[in-house]
Design a protein around this ligand. Sequence first.
Ligand SMILES: C[S@@+](CC[C@H](N)C(=O)[O-])C[C@H]1O[C@@H](n2cnc3c(N)ncnc32)[C@H](O)[C@@H]1O
Length: 201
Amino acid sequence: MEKERLINLFDKQATKYEKRRKRQSENMWRRRIFRSVRGKTLEVAVGAGMNFGYFPKSIDYTGVDFSPAMLAKAKVAAKEQAIKSEFILSEVESLSFHENTFDTIVSSGTLCSYEDPVNVLNLFNKWCKDDGEILLFEHGLFENAALSWIQKRLNPLVHKRIGCHQDRDVLEIVRRSNVKVENYDRKLLGYLYMIWARPNK
Ligand SMILES: C[S@@+](CC[C@H](N)C(=O)[O-])C[C@H]1O[C@@H](n2cnc3c(N)ncnc32)[C@H](O)[C@@H]1O
C-alpha cells in the first residue's frame, strides 16, 4: 500500500488507540517484557503511547511514528507519565541514527506494518549498543494450523482496512535478520510474541 494512504489509515485510528490506552488494565506481559527498559531508549512506531506506563521514569526516551495524529496522542501519554521524551515524525525506515546509539529499542505491534520487517530489524541491530537490548512485543501467526490458515486468508482484507499484516511468522522474521534472539515466549495460542533480542554485529 502506498505510504500516504497508510499514514492516513493510521491517523484515522489514533482516537481508537488512545481510548484503548486509557482503558487498558495492567498487562502482565507488557510489564514482563518492558521490565528491563533502561537508559537511552528508542520506541519505533509508538502509536498513541500504549507502553509509557510500563517504562521506568528515569529513561531518556525517543519515540517515532509517521502518523501525526498518533504522535500527538503519544506526547500526551508521555507527559502524563512524566517521562523525559522527544518525538520524531518519520517513517522508521528513513531514520538515520548513528551506530550504537541506544541502550534499549522497543517495538510493540510494529513488525506487522513494515513492508520489509527484516530490513527494519537490521536497522535496530545497527542503532542498538553492543550491550543493549531489543524488546519485541508483537502479534503474528497462531501456532494452530487452522487458525493461521484463516489469518492468511483474511490478511488482504484486514491489511487494507487497518494497515496491519496478520500473517507474519514473527520468530521466523527475526531469525532472518541480524539480531540475535536471546529468549522468547508466546501467549494466546502463539498469537502474541514476546522476544528478547540483542544486537549481533
Ligand atoms: C499497530 S500500531 C502499534 C502502536 C503501538 N506501538 C502500540 O503498541 O499500541 C502501528 C503503529 O505503527 C505506525 N507505523 C506503521 N508503519 C510505520 C512506519 N513505516 N514508520 C513509522 N511508523 C509506522 C502507525 O502509524 C501506528 O501508530
